[in-house]
Design a protein around this ligand. Structure first.
Ligand code: FAD
Length: 318
């Protein structure tokens, strides 16, 4: 089923879903099952699987010259989605990027997931690779997530890149896109970023999943601004419980989100990460309960492969 159909079928009840990362190359799928199994009791209608593009790694050769190697540390997004759908019978949502994909690669990826019976896809631009300051699309790839959404919409109409095909099979993907309650790091302002979000919806996206946030007010203000700008699709909050002291600096740096002072104080008081996890879980429970009370369609958790905290939160909320 499409995400939008799941939301409609829930008739106003907030659903539970989460996102997982493919394991590091060299690991098997058991770790994925171990992280999903304990969360199945909360009936997730869908599970997102992130996509990780190649990274450029430099290593020094014997002659002192630097050798550039292309490494994909977490391949397997499509295979994991197929495994999830067959093992659990829930909808898997693969993420797809502009970065590292030509339009042809994108088309082939979409053909694969269509053949696997995958109905939903999360369309993202992706970040710049570590060796570059700015995001660089492939010469024949999509520049922005809105361009990627347009390509998917064209396939939904049966229009493929290859002009030789007179009439292609119509795919029927429901497309999700990312939203940023605290604005995307490259956007000049929140209003401008919301205008860009609206372009993704106008291109054909049917729902939004947000970046993590730790202050619900930022989410509520964001939703209000989106509605004022004419965005009417479901907006799904993304949540992550803090688990280590280090995340106090890593998360703002990596995801460009603020943390409320009282959360920072609580985490700083902890004597070890076991206590931090407890604080993170309690904070996330409070956030989740308030979001449910305000009628969000889905609570979407960034599990990062660690299900214990998400299980504690979901037990308290659902
Ligand atoms: P876009 O919507 O294309 O926006 C990127 C920037 O460009 C924004 O600042 C926007 O304001 C601006 N912009 C948009 N259109 C235009 C235009 N026409 N002209 C000028 N500026 C424009 N990354 C991964 O690598 N793998 C994942 O699986 C993954 N999953 C994610 C899931 C969620 C829910 C979220 C919130 C993020 C995820 N990311 C993932 C990270 C994401 O790829 C980055 O945040 C990336 O930097 C932006 O992607 P986007 O799709 O929001 O880009």
């Amino acid at each position: 089923m499409k995400i939008t159909e799941h939301i409609k079928a829930a008739e106003g009840k907030s659903l539970f879903s989460f996102e997982i990362l493919p394991p590091l190359k060299g690991h098997n799928i058991q770790s994925i099952y171990q992280s999903i199994d304990p969360l199945m009791e909360f009936d997730p209608p869908f599970i997102d699987v992130t996509y990780h593009r190649e990274e450029y790694v430099y290593s020094e050769r014997d002659n002192g010259l630097l050798e550039k190697k292309i490494v994909r540390k977490r391949p397997g997004t499509v295979g994991i989605c197929a495994a999830i759908q067959s093992r659990y019978g829930v909808d898997a949502v693969p993420h797809i990027l502009c970065g590292g994909f030509s339009k042809e690669d994108t088309e082939n990826f979409l053909i694969d997931i269509d053949f696997l019976g995958i109905k939903n896809v999360m369309a993202l631009r992706g970040d710049a690779v570590k060796s570059e300051i700015y995001f660089k699309p492939e010469p024949d790839g999509n520049c922005y997530a809105s361009d990627l959404v347009t390509q998917i919409r064209e396939m939904n109409k049966g229009n493929y890149l290859d002009e030789v095909i007179e009439k292609g099979h119509n795919t029927d993907f429901c497309v999700g896109v990312a939203g940023y309650p605290e604005k995307h790091m490259e956007a000049p302002s929140l209003d401008k970023d919301i205008q860009r979000l609206k372009e993704k919806i106008e291109a054909g996206a049917e729902y939004v999943v947000t970046q993590m946030f730790f202050d619900n007010e930022r989410f509520f203000e964001f939703v209000e601004k989106c509605r004022e700008s004419g965005i009417t699709v479901p907006i799904i909050p993304g949540l992550k419980p803090i688990a280590t002291k280090r995340q106090l600096s890593v998360i703002p740096h990596r995801f460009h989100v603020d943390m409320p002072d009282c959360l920072i104080k609580e985490v700083e008081k902890c004597k070890d990460n076991k206590e931090v996890r407890q604080v993170g879980v309690e904070w996330c429970i409070q956030q989740s309960r308030e979001l449910v009370a305000r009628g969000v369609p889905v609570l979407h958790y960034y599990s990062m492969g660690k299900s214990t905290n998400i299980q504690k939160i979901a037990s308290a909320v659902f």
